[in-house]
Write a protein that binds this ligand. Structure first.
Ligand SMILES: [Zn+2]
Length: 163
């Protein structure tokens, strides 16, 4: 399994900005897209495949994006709660509060600056993947008690799967 899971130190590190978009970066993006599609995910951040660089891919409601050095410009709208999971914490999910609108700017593989304005699920995916670039997880948005119980559940499932 190529996707790193909870406990991997890369997932807790703040990812480094990308300098030049070269063949190495293009290859990383390709691996990320493949991993996301294979896992049926709505998005993926480079640290999730063990690469501490600021790259995210998104695939939500027909919107597909590969973004390098994305910056969160703003979150707005209402805050809603929705069941959220993560490819790096497989098998568990929990309701997470997020803004219903999120705007990011980043660079495409062609070197163009683009702005993406997301609402609903796309806004949620944007905020979720941006968290990964900052070494954070959806779990960090939960109360400590809730986080503990979810992690216990996750570890129990991991043990069951490996036995
Ligand atoms: Zn995630």
């Amino acid at each position: 399994m190529e996707i790193r899971t909870y406990g991997d130190p890369t997932l807790r590190r703040r990812a480094e900005p990308v300098g030049t978009i070269d063949d190495v970066i293009r290859a990383i993006c390709e691996r990320m897209v493949e991993a996301m599609l294979r896992a049926n995910g709505a998005g993926l951040a480079a640290p999730q495949i063990g690469i501490s660089k600021r790259i995210i891919v998104l695939d939500v409601d027909g919107e597909f994006h590969v973004l390098i050095n994305p910056e969160l410009i703003e979150t707005s709208g209402e805050v809603d709660q929705f069941q959220e999971g993560c490819l790096s914490v497989p098998g568990v999910d929990a309701p997470v509060e997020r803004a219903t609108r999120a705007v990011i700017e980043g660079t495409t593989l062609d070197g163009k600056t683009v702005r993406i304005e997301g609402e609903g699920l796309l806004a949620r995916a944007i905020q979720h993947e941006m968290d990964h670039l900052n070494g954070s997880f959806f779990l960090d948005h939960l109360s400590p008690a809730r986080r503990q119980s979810l992690l216990k559940e996750y570890q129990r499932r991991q043990r069951e799967e490996s036995s």
